[in-house]
Design a protein around this ligand. Structure first.
Ligand code: NAD
Ligand code: G6P
Ligand code: MN
Length: 441
């Protein structure tokens, strides 16, 4: 079996150690000869790299390990790039969220004003990494988690249409774990699903077990009362903000009981509720810095200090499993059905061809083949048309360095109440993002 070489871009990410662990747990399906970490912040990456090196050595000393901030070294001789960069890091996420709340708007990583702002920072970072990959390893695949995935995907579709990049999201995967638990199944892979929408903006239209039995009635009835607060989720003890998001889904199901919605609709459909339940001085970015970031960096420091990973704890989630499953599908030509963010090109019959949509695809050695979705209903189509326009306007604004396009993007978002507020937001975000955004004219 061929052995692969992988680079993780955004090596200093809180998700890097769990992805390294998961790669090492799946060597029988996806054999490796090399794992590299690449980041543009040496100090941050180094805090995780020593622990990752130990994990690799203890799993298989023949796998080469390297952590570097040199793009050439990172991207030379790789088959896959697993990318999860955060341009501006968590401090800028905090800024995105708090500026929005200051203006009475939803303060969220990928939705509304925060996501639009983050998009403008993220586009050049992802393009830069894609260009390094194509320069040094032109045959490699980039599997990209970097957010805001919808805007990043539109940028890569438009500016690098021939690149081997697949943009992905783990949210439907996590929610499918809940759905499986609600349906009384042990594993989401015991289901076949139909899903359509945009990233963080989609719906399940059909869920069946492997015998073809329709699970939707049972799941919807449960969700009417509990949202996604499933038996499995209760035992996983999510933080307050996520628990609230999962619970609030029952109000989204009430609006359209025909579909099961992605939990992110909370931000688009109930922005007033979200703002009134947010603390403008302590947002999700603060929760992550005090929670996941601290836990991962502390665990890695401990592993590096002891010189062994034995006895240390690193949480592994479906986030890592999904991206490794995608590597396996591409490497081994499995034709597994997976939700990906891809150009529509007719898959949703009554939606724009040039929209990046999140739909089921079959994945094999030569990439993905989207499944046909057919026509979607008026409510979903209307919401998606407004949101895709927001995403396209951000990419227009970045390309043309246009103040007005960016103002239009904020104005069109369901999470921003008026054009006046949109302008106030934009002016504050320009000041806060001067190190990251192009100068807008
Ligand atoms: P993090 O801040 O801990 O890590 C991101 C790393 O990227 C940092 O070490 C940073 O220095 C590095 N980085 C920034 N710009 C870079 C560049 N141009 N080149 C190389 N490295 C660069 O962030 P995190 O919380 O671990 O999340 C990482 C990313 O993954 C974020 O974009 C997050 O939104 C995304 N994410 C996406 C999904 C999804 O469903 N698509 C799920 C989880 C996380
Ligand atoms: C979900 C989403 C991601 C998001 C992640 C982490 O998995 O799909 O896009 O980045 O949650 O959110 P958090 O608030 O925990 O950083
Ligand atoms: Mn996501």
């Amino acid at each position: 079996m061929k052995k692969y070489s992988v680079v993780i871009a955004g090596g200093g990410s809180t998700y890097t150690p769990e992805i390294v662990c998961t790669l090492l747990n799946h060597l029988d399906r996806f054999p490796l000869r090399q794992i590299k970490l690449y980041d543009n912040d040496k100090d941050r990456q180094d805090q995780l790299a020593k622990a990752c090196e130990i994990l690799v050595r203890e799993a298989d000393p023949e796998i080469k390990f390297l952590a570097t901030v040199d793009p050439k070294e990172a991207y030379t001789d790789v088959d896959f790039c697993l990318a999860h960069i955060r341009v501006g890091q968590l401090k800028m996420r905090e800024s995105d969220e708090k500026i929005a709340l200051k203006h009475g708007c939803v303060g969220q990583e990928t939705c509304g004003a925060g996501g639009i702002t983050y998009g403008m920072r993220s586009i050049p970072g992802v393009l830069e990494n894609l260009d390094y990959m194509e320069k040094y390893s032109p045959n490699a695949w980039m599997l990209n988690y970097s957010n805001p995935a919808a805007i990043v995907a539109e940028a890569t579709r438009r500016f690098r249409p021939n690149s081997k990049i697949i943009n992905i999201c783990d949210m439907p995967i996590g929610l499918e774990d809940c759905i499986a638990s609600i349906a009384g199944l042990d594993d989401r892979k015991e289901m076949d699903v139909r899903y359509f929408g945009l990233n963080h903006f989609g719906w399940w239209s059909d869920i069946r077990d492997k015998e073809g039995n329709d699970l939707m009635p049972k799941v919807k009835a449960y969700m009417m009362d509990n949202g996604f607060v499933s038996p499995a989720m209760i035992s996983s003890q999510k933080e307050y903000s996520w628990a609230d998001t999962y619970r609030k889904v029952k109000d989204i199901v009430a609006l359209d009981p025909d579909y099961i919605p992605n939990s992110y609709f909370k931000y688009y459909l109930f922005p007033d509720y979200v703002v009134s339940h947010s603390n403008p001085d302590y947002t999700r970015a603060n929760e992550v810095m005090d929670g996941r970031e601290k836990e991962v960096f502390t665990a890695c420091k401990e592993i590096a200090g002891k010189g062994t990973a034995k006895g240390s704890y690193l949480a592994i989630t479906n986030h890592a499993t999904f991206i490794v499953d995608l590597c396996v599908a591409l490497a081994n030509n499995t034709h597994e059905r997976m939700l990906l963010i891809v150009p529509n090109n007719g898959a949703i019959e009554n939606f724009a061809d040039d929209a990046m949509v999140e739909i089921p695809c079959l994945v094999g050695r030569n990439g993905y083949e989207p499944l046909s979705i057919g026509k979607i209903p008026t409510f979903q189509k209307g919401l998606m048309e407004q949101q895709i326009a927001v995403e396209k306007l951000v990419v227009d604004a970045w390309e043309q360095k246009s103040y007005n396009k960016m103002w239009q993007a904020y104005s069109l978002s369901r999470c921003v109440p008026s054009v006046t507020v949109a302008k106030e937001l934009l002016d504050d975000y320009i000041a806060a993002n001067k190190d990251y955004w192009p100068e807008l004219k």
